[in-house]
Design a protein around this ligand. Structure first.
Ligand SMILES: *[C@@H]1O[C@H](CO)[C@@H](O)[C@H](O)[C@H]1NC(C)=O
Ligand SMILES: *[C@@H]1O[C@H](CO)[C@@H](O)[C@H](O)[C@H]1NC(C)=O
Ligand SMILES: *[C@@H]1O[C@H](CO)[C@@H](O)[C@H](O)[C@H]1NC(C)=O
Length: 922
């Protein structure tokens, strides 16, 4: 409700009717491009934070200016402070060819509505939704298979039609080529089947059309509908482009449903265009393109004329054929027409490009290349056409671009998110269980490969994948320079940032980070180390080829120095799946530096971890999978991996990315999973089994903190379940405060119905259990709790803050101090470097210098990365490695994440004590 009211006011439909005198609180925020100022943007959405207590949704309007001009702005609220004032806004700016260096976003009383944009017109009726951006009109069907009915340019040309999703799958894969003859394989073809279409209410600058459905078998294929998809089409005023965010959730069976092709196909009407005026452009390497026509008139034995050749090559209409050299014009029927083109990016290192005259004739090789930019154009010099591209094309191999029927009436472009030219997507387990049929054996196997295995837990059922696509419409074939520009846009869609100083000042993403300050020698060295770690991970992605459909965005957990390789094949050490919160480190590093390379890296990480490493449907919806050789194979399914805090930075900075927002809503059901899956099932001795809706034992760190992160965001967003979320957050926090030993109790009994958090089953009378875990505070707990405490302010549950500060103080305290406070010393204290940020946080609240000193001692002189580390990578070449690599064998992702977070938060919370702290470098 609050959300709806806010929107109305922001639209300028409310306002002015306030009984309170409006104090002048207008102020402005500067936003700048992340990286270089773009030459072109197809429209941009971004987020801006506001300090608490300043702006009410019903009394504020937002406007934008840049380069001395007012610019149309669409605004909405994505987050509120507890008192109802605006915490985060999302904003959309129209497409532009003349982006400004910076924009000023002004919040003021709603007297001055931002200039009305005449560009965007939305027509929503029973049959379809049509959006007119001023440059193009796109019509979306509400039924059937063609999501995009048509794309028309302002001049009235239909340049795209019948846009559908296509899917191919098969029932089995032969083990090798010689067993193909004995393997029965059924092949299936599917198309999108639309179930639901909706369009954003406010569409002054940006309109979002959301299409949901499933893949439906085409006639001749016998198969149930499957693979739920969501497509979001983003259209901006003044734009001739469409941004498409495509998402699927895997709801099949690994042993029976092998995806062999997944794509988006659009028809391009070419009727009436001469074959020699039809153009194909396929992105090659570094902004290069294949520039060809369906019927080539260059390179022939006879020359049609220089002007004719130049026109065709440049994509312009040729002079009339009557003016050509007749030795060519009279023999056009002997020149073959190239109907089909196919680019297959089968690995991150190579693509193959070929063409043929028609089905049934052989393909001829055009060339191969390394990394295609992922953009394809098909169209005519007079009829116009479409370019379609996939972001991070080669990084998400196997991908592909097909042009087909280019010599026919309706040409087609197919963008393959998963190329049929590759082997099918194989989601089966990578081993047969190795006979691990009891918990005892599984625990013993964990001792050696560190894999947490259990039969049937290695399932991909419920994992998801998101891809980002751009479609551009043209009245005539564009220059290849123009396409190169659009390819750059595709690779790094322009994004705006409200700048570190401002974000920090508002506290909208917490108070636990600060801008880099290298004025002291000690701090400068730490900054250098943080910079090294960021660069090293970006470099390792490339050296180790951490690319691919399911992998791009992730990195590995730990390193095998003997082989000079990350442990990609060792049970619990391979893909990282957010272990120890690297997501938080890379995002917080971005917040403070605003660096473009870090933003892109963190964005890819968030896209990957929020989709592939998590379950989005089914009994385990809301849980993620522990690190391992396959992203979904390990049997530890936990909330710590889906911690919503990992998505928070990206969500708000992007003005509320709709797909991430949807994932955040899914994660509100995480607490139900405790009723069906006991995380402690392998070690439990008391015979307890979970029951849906019944109280369950959860850990206060890895479990509660992840639930709390989700509840806090839902409350902030005032989402559909915000009151439930607020109640759960506040009552469970109260319950923790009520425990005799607070967070030191380690776990509690969570009653989902009440909701309440009660003493754990081991201590029903709350006499005081002492049980800490090194993992409790390394999956987002410090960030979530610190933000929650600021959110509650004076209204925090009584005793909760002290309970957390006690945990912060005593985790790294001496055994004598622990004994004095809790009657016993803690066992299992490790990751002390990472926990130094808890000590620093304690200091920030109690200003005790001894504690601040201790924080830096823990940071420098306990475990994790030591100051005497080389802080360098070495180049390894020669026969000992597959390909030359940079190696820093001392780096593990656990240490990177925890060192990084401890450094950032120590510098923000206890910097004064760093001066003069001489780390023991011996
Ligand atoms: C705190 O404990 C008291 C007594 O043990 C109990 O009455 C009360 O309901 C508890 N409060 C919460 C929020 O659990
Ligand atoms: C500061 O912390 C130390 C323990 O590290 C404690 O002994 C001392 O009493 C604290 N000082 C104050 C003023 O609370
Ligand atoms: C760094 O110092 C520690 C002791 O403080 C020592 O164990 C370690 O070997 C040293 N590492 C290097 C790379 O010198």
């Amino acid at each position: 409700m609050a959300r709806a009211l806010g929107l109305l006011a922001l639209l300028g439909l409310l306002g002015g009717a306030s009984s309170q005198p409006a104090k002048d609180t207008s102020s402005s925020v500067k936003v700048r491009w992340i990286g270089d100022v773009p030459e072109y943007t197809s429209g941009t959405t971004f987020g801006v934070p506001w300090p608490q207590g300043q702006y009410r949704a019903d009394k504020t309007s937002f406007s934008a200016s840049g380069g001395g001009q007012d610019i149309p702005l669409q605004s909405w609220v994505t987050g509120y402070w507890r008192d109802g004032s605006i915490k985060w806004t999302g904003h959309a700016l129209p497409a532009t060819e003349s982006a400004q260096e910076e924009y000023t976003i002004k919040a003021s009383a709603p007297s001055k509505p931002s200039p009305r944009n005449k560009g965007l017109v939305v027509k929503d009726n029973a049959r379809s939704v049509a959006v007119n951006t001023g440059k193009i009109t796109v019509s979306f069907a509400k039924k059937g298979s063609a999501l995009i009915e048509s794309i028309k340019t302002a001049s009235g040309k239909t340049v795209g039609k019948n846009g559908k999703l296509v899917l191919h799958s098969q029932s089995a894969i032969a083990d090798d080529v010689s067993s193909r003859a004995d393997t029965a394989v059924d092949y299936f073809n599917f198309e999108s089947n639309i179930e639901k279409v909706s369009v954003s209410k406010d569409s002054s600058v940006r309109s979002v059309v959301t299409v949901r459905g499933k893949y439906h078998a085409k006639p001749g294929s016998k198969h149930d509908d499957w693979l739920p998809f969501v497509l979001r089409f983003y259209l901006y005023s003044g734009s001739d482009s469409i941004r498409v965010v495509h998402n699927i959730v895997f709801d099949g069976k690994a042993e029976e449903n092998f995806i062999s092709g997944l794509g988006l196909r659009l028809e391009v009407p070419l009727e009436g265009e001469e074959l020699y005026n039809r153009h194909i452009r396929l992105a090659g390497v570094d902004g290069g393109f294949l520039n060809e026509a369906v019927k080539g008139i260059t390179g022939l034995r006879r020359d049609p004329g220089q002007e004719v050749r130049a026109a065709q090559y440049e994509g312009r209409e040729t002079p009339d054929i009557s003016t050509w050299d007749e030795r060519v014009s009279s023999r056009m029927h002997w020149i073959p027409a190239w109907n089909d083109f196919s680019l297959r990016q089968i690995t991150a290192d190579g693509f193959l490009l070929k063409k043929r005259t028609k089905p049934g004739q052989s393909w001829i090789d055009i060339s191969s290349g390394t990394r295609s930019g992922g953009l394809a154009y098909l169209g005519g010099a007079t009829k116009g056409g479409l370019a379609v591209g996939l972001r991070d094309f080669w990084k998400q191999y196997p991908t592909g671009l097909d042009i087909s029927n280019a010599a026919g009436k309706q040409g087609e472009i197919t963008l393959w998110l998963y190329s049929p030219g590759a082997e099918p997507l194989d989601l089966r387990p990578y081993h047969d269980g190795l006979g691990q049929d009891t918990y005892e054996k599984q625990l013993d196997a964990l001792e050696i490969t560190y894999e947490d295995y259990e039969p049937d837990f290695d399932t991909p059922y419920g994992i998801a994948k998101t891809s980002e696509i751009y479609i551009h419409a043209f009245d005539s074939t564009p220059s290849s320079e123009r396409l190169a520009l659009l390819n750059g846009h595709l690779e790094e869609p322009p994004a705006l940032y409200a700048q570190a100083e401002h974000v920090k000042k508002t506290k909208a993403l917490g108070s636990y980070w600060d801008l880099p300050d290298t004025s002291s020698q000690q701090a400068a060295v730490i900054e250098e180390h943080l910079g090294f770690l960021n660069k090293y991970y970006q470099g390792q992605v490339e050296d180790r080829r951490w690319y691919g459909f399911l992998h791009f965005g992730d990195f590995m957990h730990s390193y095998d120095p003997d082989r000079h390789a990350w442990k990609y094949d060792i049970g619990g050490y391979a893909w990282d799946n957010s272990e120890l919160s690297p997501d938080l480190f890379f995002w917080q590093y971005f917040l403070r530096t605003g660096q473009a390379d870090v933003y892109r890296f963190a964005e890819a990480l968030t896209r990957h971890t929020s989709e592939v490493d998590a379950y989005h449907i089914g009994e385990w919806k809301g849980l993620g999978t522990r690190h391992g050789v396959l992203h979904f194979a390990d049997s530890a399914k936990q909330a710590r991996i889906t911690q919503p805090q990992y998505r928070k930075y990206f969500f708000y900075l992007t003005g509320g990315d709709e797909r991430v927002g949807e994932i955040l809503e899914e994660m509100l059901d995480t607490d139900k999973t405790y009723g069906v899956l006991d995380a402690h099932r392998k070690v439990r001795k008391d015979g307890w089994v979970p029951e849906p809706g019944k109280p369950t034992s959860i850990s206060l760190g890895t479990d509660w903190a992840a639930l709390a992160g989700g509840w806090l965001m839902e409350w902030e967003r005032r989402g559909p379940r915000w009151e439930e979320a607020r109640e759960k957050l506040t009552k469970t926090a109260s319950g923790i405060a009520n425990l005799t030993n607070g967070f030191v109790t380690g776990s509690g009994l969570y009653d989902i119905e009440a909701p309440a958090l009660l003493p754990p089953p081991e201590d029903p009378d709350n006499e005081g259990l002492v049980s800490i875990s090194h993992l409790s505070a390394v999956f987002g707990a410090p960030e979530v709790i610190s933000e929650a405490l600021e959110y509650w302010g004076d209204d925090a549950p009584e005793g909760f803050k002290d309970a957390w500060l006690d945990y912060c103080f005593y985790y790294g305290a001496t055994q004598a101090e622990q004994e004095e406070r809790y009657g016993q010393a803690f066992s299992g204290v490790s990751l002390r470097q990472g926990h130094s940020r808890l000590t620093a946080y304690h200091h920030s609240q109690h200003a005790n210098d001894t504690v601040a000193e201790r924080a830096w001692f823990e940071f420098f002189d306990t475990d994790g990365f030591r100051p005497n580390q080389t802080w360098k990578a070495e180049k390894i070449t020669g026969p000992g490695v597959l390909i030359p690599v940079d190696e820093a064998a001392w780096v593990t992702t656990n240490d990177v994440a925890q060192y990084g977070l401890a450094a950032i938060q120590g510098l923000a919370l206890a910097k004064e004590a760093l001066e003069g702290h001489a780390p023991n470098a011996s």
